[in-house]
Each structure stands twice: as structure tokens, then as C-alpha cells.
Design a protein. Structure first.
Length: 512
């Protein structure tokens, strides 16, 4: 049994999976399209129960939904239609595109490489039109396959160390990640993508829950083996990564039924053969928790990682006024969202950038971000074309509502290089880099803090996506040359690690 606080495992993984100019060129990896993984998990012996397809019109503006949370004071229990809406707008198929090799089924949330390694499971008590049970969400059929009959929420309450949000949740959504489905393309760096892709999905899910009036909280502290056992996943291939408590009920489920029997259900192989990347499984094992007592001690007391006071020129945020604020509802914005493939080199407005930054960083209800509003990642912003602000490199001071200029200049070429030499990073209006000081995070949360910092970056990045599309802009998540990013933003970023990158601008769909 590995110790979560032997943090050299997380640091070893992080350093071993860094991209550099040299490492990318020295990697002989190629994509074997004949062995490409299936984008869906399939239980051939279980028939899906179709979900209702009619979507409720919430009328809640996307820019409000990403910035707020439903009150936990009142009871709120989702019915089957609400469950369907949550699932469709977070992991459902929203469009498909044919190409020479077949079809790509695009989902509601962004995912690296459109490989969709995140699976969703439901653990619920008796809901309106949905019996208590453990279910797997099947996006291809837009349905649920029942894995277990009965109320198993008590298993999760115990696994999560009696976390109140889980204890009072009529519905818990469990997010798992499948190693090979993403590693087929991204190899051992895939474990970082678990956090990114789970996070962007959770940004959608949490915003839709808010629009439906359902309180929701992300929970990362749980006994891994217990949750994996409840879902009956093969933990060498698929692992639980996060829980989401949805809704609130004054009733607490009965005590855990004890040992949960294995199901042994057949699933269709992901692909013909799989390549193993042991570094990922070592990272996951080293960040696992093994008892409810360990979980309870792990939770909360987030380290406060403050930026030094501004020393350079500052630009106060100028957010859109209430009259100017787009009112497009969250469900409409999610359905038109897609990752931009090209940007026009045209400017966006400072109020647009300000509104995105303000609304996306007001806090995420999560058991590793307490009190609400605490943040592990800091946002460094490369400005290329924003009316009202000089091009240059900036750091975002959320508490002061301002951008501090670290250096002025046209850094499009440098941005393109830092973003793994991708044109998107050079052509965007702004590039938002997420950097974190891993030392205090790992000291407080152990190796599991590495999961948390990647997941938070994905959630914040997902909110930026929605904030951009709510204003009819485009956005895309990108990878990067790790140490070169830190060096570029240093000395201010010295000692920090690059975690994620989101490029934002005006989409240019028809330009060559």
C-alpha cells in the first residue's frame, strides 16, 4: 500500500510527462488508427433504459450559471427529466461529423483529442421515474444501464468519510477515467488529461445543476477501492476520479450494506490491443486513499497560495454591465460550444475578457477548495489583441479584480511556441495559462493534490469555455512546453508548474 504523502511519486510523474522541444521530437509515437479505442463503454448483456429527450428551458443565463451555485438551505431532489438534462449537457452527444475513416461523435464538454475517456455512473435513492440503483450512462443510446438494484448511497457516504454533501444527496454522479482510451494518443501524459477532461465536463454539469436549482458539490476525497468496487470496474483500466453530490434531501441513506458483491458483467473490449503505461497507474495508486479516517483527515484546510502584491502596471477589469451582459441560457450555450479550430487575428474587448475572468473564478464548490472561493491555480494571461489593453504578458489578481503587466510586447510567436507550436495559440486574442505551485499543494493534500490541481484547472478552463461562447467568442484547450511556460512568465512564476492552457478569440471557421 503506497502512502499518499510520499509526494515524490507525483513529482516524478509530473517531471517525466513534461513536454519540451526535444522530448516531442525524440518521441517515435504514432497513431495506429486500426487500433483506435471505442469512444463508448458497452455492456452487451444489459439493455439501456432510454432517457427522456425533451430539454427544459431554464432561462438561466450561462454567465450567471457558471458564476453561482444553488442554495443548500432547501431540499431539492431531481426527477428523471432533470437527470437526463444533467447527463446530456455534460456528457451527451451533441453533434457528429463524418470523415474518411468513419464518424466522430462530439460531446457536450470539451475533451482532449475527442477521445472521451470519462464515463459517468449514477448512484441514487428513489427518484421520480427512476428507481434506486447504480446505473451507467450510455451516451450512444442516451440511456441508463442498471448495474445494481437498490439504494447503495450508504456505500458512498462511508467511502467519502461522511462528507455532508454526499450524505444528503439524493443522487451522486461518479466520474471514472479509462486509461487506454486517451493514452492511445497521449501516452503517459494522459493522467493529466483525466483532470482536464473530467474538469471541463464538471464545469458543464455544475452550471446546469445551478440552472435547475440543484445544489452540487465536487468531492475528491473517497476510498478509491470502495467506489471502484461499487461500480465493478477493472481498476487496471478504469478508475473513479471524482464524485458529484447532486441535490439535497434531509434524509440520510441507511448504513452501508457492507461488502458489495462483484458483478462480473461483460464489457466490449476498448480496442484490439492496449499499450500499458505503468507510470499512470503508479501515480493513481500513490494518490489513493484507503480508509474513511484517512479521507476525513484529507478533506478541507486548503492552503492559501497568494500572489505577491502587484509591482508592475495594472489594468482594472471592466466587466460588462447588466444591460450589456449576454442572456443566452446555459443549455443554448453548451449546445453551440465547440473547440475552435482556427482563430481570426481580430481583437476582443476588455469587457469581454474581464467578464470571462470574473465569472469563471468566483469559486467551485469542492471538498478540496474550502472555504469557497479558494483556488489552487493562478492565471497568467498572454494578451495579443484586446481593445483597451496593451499586448503583453499579465497575471490575473482575482481578489483585486485586475491584471498586472509583467512585460509588454507582441508575443504571438512566443505564444505559438509555448502552445506546442500550434497556430491556435499564436492566432488567438488571448492565451490563459494555468500555473500552480505544487509544493504547498502536495504538502497539504499529498499525491492526491495532483489530481485536485489538474481537476480544478479543467473546471476553471471549462468555465472559461462557456464564458467565451456565451459572448459568441471561441475557445480551445491546448497543451504546452511545460518548463518554457514557467520560464517565460518568470521571475513572477518561478517555482510554479504549468497545468493547463485555454486560448480564446474570434473563431475563423472559413479561413485557410
Amino acid at each position: 500500500m503506497l502512502d499518499n504523502y510520499k509526494t515524490e511519486v507525483a513529482l516524478t510523474y509530473h517531471n517525466a510527462t513534461k513536454h519540451s522541444y526535444e522530448s516531442v521530437r525524440a518521441n517515435p509515437h504514432f497513431l495506429d488508427f486500426g487500433n483506435q479505442p471505442l469512444p463508448f463503454k458497452i455492456y452487451p448483456s444489459l439493455e439501456p433504459m432510454r432517457l427522456p429527450g425533451e430539454m427544459r428551458q431554464t432561462g438561466v443565463a450561462a454567465l450567471s450559471a457558471i458564476a453561482e451555485s444553488a442554495s443548500v438551505e432547501n431540499n431539492a431532489v431531481p426527477d428523471l427529466k432533470a437527470v437526463a438534462q444533467l447527463l446530456y449537457l455534460s456528457a451527451g452527444i451533441t453533434r457528429q461529423r463524418k470523415y474518411s475513416g468513419g464518424e466522430i461523435y462530439f460531446r457536450a464538454a470539451a475533451c482532449t483529442g475527442a477521445l472521451y475517456q470519462v464515463e459517468l455512473y449514477l448512484v441514487c435513492g428513489e427518484l421520480v421515474d427512476l428507481p434506486a440503483g447504480v446505473y451507467h450512462f450510455a451516451p450512444a443510446e442516451f440511456g441508463l444501464r442498471k448495474l445494481r438494484d437498490g439504494d447503495y448511497r450508504g456505500v458512498l457516504v462511508e467511502a467519502a468519510g461522511s462528507e455532508p454533501a454526499i450524505a444528503h444527496a439524493p443522487l451522486v454522479i461518479v466520474c471514472t477515467c479509462t486509461y487506454w482510451r486517451n493514452a492511445w494518443k497521449y501516452q503517459a501524459r494522459t493522467y493529466r488529461h483525466f483532470g482536464w477532461d473530467n474538469g471541463t465536463m464538471l464545469a458543464n454539469l455544475m452550471a446546469v445543476a445551478t440552472a435547475l436549482g440543484l445544489p452540487a458539490k465536487v468531492v475528491c476525497g473517497f476510498v478509491d477501492a470502495t467506489v471502484n468496487g461499487l461500480l465493478d470496474v477493472d481498476s487496471q483500466r478504469e478508475v473513479a476520479f471524482s464524485l458529484v453530490a447532486v441535490g439535497r434531501s434531509s434524509e440520510i441513506p441507511r448504513q452501508s450494506p457492507g461488502n458489495v458483491a462483484a458483478l462480473g458483467l461483460e464489457t466490449v473490449p476498448v480496442s484490439r490491443s492496449e499499450v500499458d503505461y505503468p507510470l499512470m497507474r503508479e501515480m493513481h495508486a500513490a494518490s489513493s486513499l484507503h480508509s474513511k479516517e484517512e479521507v476525513a483527515a484529507w478533506r478541507g484546510r486548503t492552503p492559501l497560495i497568494n500572489l505577491p502584491p502587484p509591482a508592475g502596471p495594472i489594468v482594472p477589469l471592466v466587466t460588462l454591465s447588466n444591460d450589456e451582459m449576454p442572456r443566452d441560457p446555459i443549455e443554448q450555450v453548451i449546445l453551440r460550444r465547440g473547440s475552435s479550430r482556427r482563430f481570426a487575428r481580430t481583437p476582443i474587448g476588455l469587457p469581454q475578457l474581464s467578464t470571462m475572468l470574473d465569472r469563471a473564478t468566483r469559486g467551485v464548490p469542492a471538498d478540496f477548495l474550502e472555504p469557497m472561493g479558494t483556488q489552487l491555480n493562478h492565471l497568467y494571461v498572454m494578451v495579443h489583441a484586446v481593445d483597451g489593453i496593451e499586448p503583453g504578458a499579465y497575471v490575473f489578481h482575482r481578489d483585486g479584480g485586475l491584471l498586472e503587466c509583467l512585460k509588454q510586447g507582441d508575443f504571438r510567436d512566443q505564444s505559438g511556441y509555448l502552445g506546442l507550436e500550434q497556430r491556435l495559440a499564436a492566432d488567438s486574442a488571448v492565451d490563459i495559462f494555468f500555473l500552480a505551485d505544487l509544493r504547498p499543494i502536495l504538502q497539504r493534500f499529498g499525491n492526491r493534490g495532483y489530481r485536485a490541481v489538474q481537476l480544478e484547472a479543467g473546471m476553471l478552463g471549462g468555465k472559461l469555455y462557456l464564458g467565451a461562447y456565451a459572448q459568441h467568442l471561441g475557445a480551445t484547450g491546448l497543451t504546452f512546453y511545460d518548463d518554457d511556460v514557467t520560464r517565460f512568465f518568470s521571475p513572477h512564476a518561478e517555482g510554479k508548474s504549468a497545468i493547463f492552457l485555454v486560448a480564446v478569440g474570434n473563431s475563423a471557421k472559413h479561413q485557410p
